[in-house]
Design a protein around this ligand. Structure first.
Ligand code: SAM
Length: 215
């Protein structure tokens, strides 16, 4: 729930939010209860999660403020949903799946704020965002059973940072306190071991040595 609450905290009051992969509709309930949007469009590619979400919305008397549809990500979404989003949230899916969803999104992206919270492969998502002229406006790393990086991005005509360290760990992570940063590195140790560039980076070598000495 910490993850969903953090995502909601990044939304400013607006007309409409799309939640791709909405599952239990927890995010839309939080958004609507806090009056962060007038309408939420919940998008699912499976019927059971969509129905669970609808039941939860009914329980909270919020179903009228939502549209709940079956769709593969954002593909052909403009044909099915007429209300335009101010925000699109894609959370709890892998970075690769998120990029596949973005590739088939033909909405005018420039006016939309995207909030991503991949459950893995954040580097794949960051790389795609860089190559497709998205700028990362804000990032937040949170711990909720495991580490998650929440990325707020907008499409702009700039190419951003694409060094490997950034693609894996993001821009703000060095501002984490040392204990949290080390914990975060422990979680990502396997990924560092698999990346030649990171493995040969002196800073990471030093940290890996230190991590090894803890066990
Ligand atoms: C792990 S849940 C994440 C739920 C919630 N967004 C969160 O962050 O906790 C992922 C949900 O995304 C849905 N999903 C996966 N691929 C999708 C796609 N291409 N289009 C729409 N929904 C998708 C799944 O059915 C599942 O309900």
């Amino acid at each position: 729930m910490k993850r969903i609450k953090t995502i909601a905290s990044l939304i400013r009051p607006c007309q409409c939010v799309y939640d791709v992969g909405s599952d239990h509709a927890f995010l839309s309930i939080l958004i609507l209860k806090n009056k962060l949007a007038k309408h939420v469009v919940n998008i699912e590619n499976k019927i059971n999660p969509l129905n669970n979400g609808k039941k939860n919305l009914q329980r909270h008397n919020l179903i009228d403020k939502t549209t709940n549809i079956i769709n593969n990500g954002l593909k052909n979404i403009t044909k099915k949903v007429k209300i335009k989003p101010n925000y699109i949230v894609i959370s709890g899916l892998g970075g690769r799946t998120i990029t596949e969803i973005l590739k088939t999104c033909h909405l005018m992206k420039k006016n939309i704020v995207f909030i991503f919270c991949p459950n893995l492969q954040t580097n794949i998502l960051r790389k795609w965002l860089n190559e497709n002229k998205f700028s990362i406006e804000k990032e937040q790393t949170i711990f909720s059973k495991k580490f998650y990086q929440i990325i707020v991005a907008k499409q702009k005509n700039i190419k951003a940072n694409d060094n490997e360290e950034y693609l894996y760990f993001g821009q703000k992570n060095k501002q984490l306190d040392l204990v949290t940063w080390k914990k975060y590195l422990c979680f990502n140790k396997k990924m560092i071991m698999n990346s030649k560039k990171l493995l040969y980076n002196k800073q990471y070598q030093k940290m890996l040595k230190e991590i090894a000495s803890w066990k």
